[in-house]
Ligand binder design. Structure first.
Ligand SMILES: Nc1nc2c(ncn2[C@@H]2O[C@H](COP(=O)(O)OP(=O)(O)OP(=O)(O)O)[C@@H](O)[C@H]2O)c(=O)[nH]1
Ligand SMILES: [Mg+2]
Length: 429
């Protein structure tokens, strides 16, 4: 079974906590604050592993959580930042965040995408020492790592694809043209998953894909075709393999149309790809008829047309040359390194703005990325930490905005899902 789709959950490590600590010296009963900072949580990266062929490994596990950052320690010791967690995928994997629209195309070894960043570490108590607060008894907590669900989709990296009805002779041709040895048999749907082979020439190599047979309705899910049409999307040339004398007595012209309709229905530019028509099994038809069929189809389609026999090898070298000639030269090869996401949509809540809302008598809610992070970082049950949070809320203009919304000292405020009583000691404003 060929696994070309998976859904995974990724989560960056939480940041380590900063700590509360005070210097201890032989003759000093209590020194200044020396609590170290927490380390960043680990990132989750998706990396290309050329030894993988499909996405089957994700059937065994689909949750990937990076390690958390170390907590700070006394004597200003920072917590450790763990190594990133690497999730390996086959070359050609498209990673998609359906919610945010982020997308990464991972094509060649060495490419990677950071899909979930670790949370930042909290600062230790020494950062909060001021003239009026020389011995702060609070520190910041680390922030949680980013988390999300991602879909993975493998799209094979073939330069040219063999397409056609079941039994048309695609696998036989692949075996003639390359070293691949796909199963060949005289019944439809012998090939159940795409098979790749390499076409070799002195100066160039091309990857050729044998795509499982398409039938009418494939683009809407009939037969096997629908699933595998996605693998043709990256091809730069299609070789349409058409049986000159189908065993079932069907009409080649109608068979040709069936496959072309499915390619068009699938979309994604398949209908616009350059084509070669390959009339297969020419050894089963008298030579005169073969020549007539070639010129007939040439006139009808204005496409390059070749008659081939996988049995005798007739026409196969010509087809090979035509494939080399017609596959456009590669554009700039994809580079190794970190891949930025494309199609990233605007993500609200990361800026400095906030919104104050009255949710009931004596109850308010404040929302905003920066405000959320401030509260997430502190333990509001610790009165010193709460006082610090109040100071920051005042400096950011939140207290003033609350007051404008009817807030009185002692009212409840909900921020980032935490409800606490806010009673700023100093005058409001
Ligand atoms: N005489 C003759 N028979 C051929 C030729 N090419 C293929 N066949 C026969 O046609 C049948 C189908 O060939 P395959 O290569 O398996 O066809 P396919 O298009 O890969 O079929 P599916 O995988 O089922 O879609 C087999 O019995 C082959 O031996 C040919 O050039 N000449
Ligand atoms: Mg086959």
């Amino acid at each position: 079974m060929f696994h070309d789709r998976a859904k995974i959950y990724v989560r960056g490590g939480d940041g380590g906590n900063g700590v509360v600590s005070f210097r201890r010296e032989a003759h000093v009963p209590k020194g200044g604050p020396d609590g170290g900072d927490g380390g960043r949580g680990g990132d989750v990266a998706i990396v290309v592993d050329p030894s993988l062929r499909d996405l089957a490994s994700f059937r065994r596990g689909s949750h990937f959580k990076a390690a958390r950052g170390g907590h700070g320690q006394g004597a200003n010791k920072h917590g450790a930042t763990p190594e990133r967690l690497e999730v390996r995928v086959a070359p050609g994997t498209v990673v998609l965040d359906p919610e945010l629209g982020d997308r990464w195309d991972l094509l060649v070894p060495g490419q990677h995408a950071i899909v979930a960043r670790g949370g930042s570490g909290g600062r230790g108590n020494r950062h909060f020492a001021t003239a009026t607060r020389q011995a702060p008894r609070f520190a910041e907590k680390g922030l949680p790592g980013e988390e999300r669900w991602l879909t993975l989709e493998l799209k094979l990296l073939a330069d040219a694809g063999l397409v056609g009805l079941p039994n048309a002779g695609k696998s036989s041709l692949l075996a003639r043209l390359t070293r691949a040895r796909p199963k060949v048999a005289d019944y439809p749907f012998t090939t159940l998953e795409p098979v790749l082979g390499t076409l070799e020439r002195d100066d160039r190599q091309l990857v050729l894909a044998d795509i499982p047979g398409l039938i009418e309705g494939a683009s809407a899910g009939a037969g096997l075709g629908h699933e595998f049409l996605a693998h043709v999307e990256r091809c730069r040339l299609l070789v349409h393999v058409l049986d000159l004398a189908p065993l079932d007595g069907s009409d080649p012209a109608a068979n040709y149309a069936t496959v072309e309709v499915e390619l068009r229905e699938h979309g994604h530019g398949l209908a616009d790809l350059p084509r070669i028509l390959c009339l297969s099994k020419s050894d089963l038809v008298p030579p005169g008829e073969v020549a007539a069929a070639v010129s007939d189809w040439e006139q009808r389609l204005e496409l390059p047309v070749f008659a081939t026999s996988a049995a005798t090898g007739a026409g196969v070298p010509e087809l090979r040359d035509a494939i080399f000639e017609r596959v456009p030269e590669e554009e700039a090869a994809p580079q190794a390194g970190e891949q930025p996401a494309t199609h990233r949509v605007y993500r609200p809540g990361v800026g400095d703005s906030f919104r104050v809302e009255r949710v009931g008598p004596g109850a308010f809610r404040v929302e905003g990325g920066r405000i959320d992070r401030l509260v997430a970082r502190h333990d509001v049950d610790n009165s010193e930490a709460l006082r610090y949070v109040e100071e920051r809320l005042r400096a950011l203009g939140v207290i003033r905005a609350l007051q404008a919304a009817g807030f009185n000292p002692g009212d409840d405020v909900e921020i980032a899902g935490i409800v606490f009583e806010l009673d700023p000691g100093a005058p409001l404003g």
